[in-house]
Write a protein that binds this ligand. Sequence first.
Ligand code: NDP
Length: 244
Amino acid sequence: PDRSFSGRRALVTGAGKGIGRAAALALSGAGAQVVALSRTQADLQSLEREGTGIETLCVDLGDWDATEAALSKVGAIDLLVNNAAVAVLQPFLEVTKEAFDRSFDVNLRAVFHVSQIISQQMIARGVQGAIVNISSQASQRALQDHAVYCSTKSALDMLTKVMALELGPHKIRVNSVNPTVVMTDMGRINWSEPQKAAAMISRIPLQKFADPGTAMIQLCSEFVRVLEAAALFPLGASKNQSRF
Ligand code: NDP
């Protein structure tokens, strides 16, 4: 089969930094026309300066109405990567309403909303679309101070399964990718403390965190393979994946 993404248009959320930015560049390198959505204009401008022809869309996915307005102008999308998320770490007993609401709004509600808009459009166009949700190992393991984040990602895994079930008949494949710690801004903020890091690293077979400078290249080629699988494998292959 043709394994390039040429002729396909991909929307990547949270593409200003970290994994989303790398995914946008990897997809663009694999031939897709990419729309990079993020919250900070300066990040999107620096992505435009990479000269890959990536289009950009600046919106806060925590804002339901602004998201709907921004996506009304996005054009045809064949592949959606729901990557944007926040990780606000607080001990369970100190979790605030603000952290809870912001986390669920961005990590879960926006995935519902963006996916509804894009999949309705895919169905109307009659295309075989694909959606990849970026979840986390935190969906399946209890992590200290991660009560809210773990809950959002666990809910996202179940959402991925129900979306796969309901969108499959419309020929839209839905998968998730569940990475371990990656040294993006999010990874650095939450995993730089040596004692905490050591406990996590001891459970990673390669005995190190993924780092966006070097391992990210490997992660991205792996990631593109997951995206390829999501985009191109027969519908029956659609399943919740855990690859990293
Ligand atoms: P980063 O914090 O490094 O980057 C996240 C990107 O998403 C930023 O560009 C950020 O923009 C954007 N974003 C966040 N909130 C919004 C919003 N409300 N609207 C629009 N854009 C938004 O995160 P990572 O790259 O590390 O994480 C990417 C994904 O991978 C997330 O889903 C995360 O949960 C998951 N993941 C990360 C792991 C890690 O160790 N890093 C491990 C497992 C999963 P801005 O900075 O402007 O807010």
